[in-house]
Write a protein that binds this ligand. Structure first.
Ligand SMILES: [Zn+2]
Length: 286
């Protein structure tokens, strides 16, 4: 199936009140685990590649492999640049065939964020690619510390968000409502009233970043109040590491241990992806 844009994949999620998981791909094992699970579960899925992960792989080779896998697949898939920070890398992603760009100008002053996001939207339009952006500051940092927390002063402002969406024409907006990247320090408390208002005022799908520390109930509530895309990485990365550790504790050396370990890692990622898709309500939606 050809890949589809973020706008297209979120339309159905938004109208039928479920969320599409956006899972980060860092190698062929993550890719296979995520896509296989989505296929087995008849779930739409978003594959994220984060700009901060670019130094860890060859981006054009990895995206060529992903494109191939998407073509072979039987489910709708969006290939999204996660936290695009520089025009240089956004252009690389567009040339590598991404169908969605998340541009993160949330660290900029409000006016500057509008200006930069507009430039990205214009550029992406010429590629027929969707744009997600972020307003307010989600706690922690993408690719930063393992443990983060949210700062209420940086939650998405409702009036600013209305202006931002109107002036930039983005297809989806990542909101800061008490969520945080990485593992949350303590229990996150999401500001559902703010989310409800953002949802009714903005009229575009909303995105929750930092999905690894949020409870099942809170996810479900967030989806009910307008979240259509949920980013998820830390939980998968931790599961993979834990599996590798257990594999090497007490195993005898064999020539194919590395391959066996990767097989187990893939299985552990699959397990966690199924769990999340179940919570997000995306299973059986294809
Ligand atoms: Zn993020």
């Amino acid at each position: 199936m050809p890949k589809i844009t973020l706008k297209e994949i979120l339309e159905d999620a938004n109208s039928r009140k479920y969320a599409v998981g956006a899972f980060n791909v860092v190698d062929s094992h993550f890719l296979e685990a995520i896509v296989k699970t989505a296929e087995e579960c008849s779930s739409p899925v978003i594959l994220n590649i984060a700009e901060v992960h670019f130094p860890y792989f060859n981006i054009s080779a990895l995206s060529a492999m992903i494109q191939k896998r998407i073509e072979q697949s039987i489910i709708p898939i969006t290939l999204n640049l996660d936290h695009g920070l520089t025009m240089e890398n956004i252009k690389i992603a567009l040339d590598c065939g991404f169908s969605s760009i998340m541009y993160d100008g949330s660290h900029l002053e409000f006016e500057k964020n509008i200006e930069q996001t507009r430039i990205v939207v214009e550029l992406c339009k010429s590629y027929n690619v969707s744009v997600e952006s972020e307003l307010g500051a989600v706690g922690g940092a993408e690719g930063g510390e393992l443990v983060g927390e949210a700062d209420p002063l940086k939650y998405t402002d409702i009036e600013q968000a209305k202006i931002f969406v109107k002036e930039t024409g983005v297809d989806a907006l990542a909101v800061a409502i008490g969520n945080s990247h990485g593992k949350y320090k303590g229990e996150p408390k999401l500001d559902f009233d703010r989310l409800k208002t953002l949802n009714s005022e903005l009229g575009i799908p909303l995105v929750l970043h930092g999905g690894s520390g949020i409870s099942e109930d809170d996810f479900k509530k967030a989806i009910k109040f307008g979240i259509s895309k949920i980013n998820f990485f830390t939980g998968m990365s931790q599961a993979a590491l834990q599996t590798a550790k257990e594999f090497f504790d007490g195993t005898q050396e064999k020539y194919n241990n590395y391959l066996l370990m990767n097989q187990k890692i893939e299985k552990s990622i699959k397990d966690i992806v199924i769990e999340q898709m179940n919570i997000f309500g995306s299973i059986g939606r294809v």
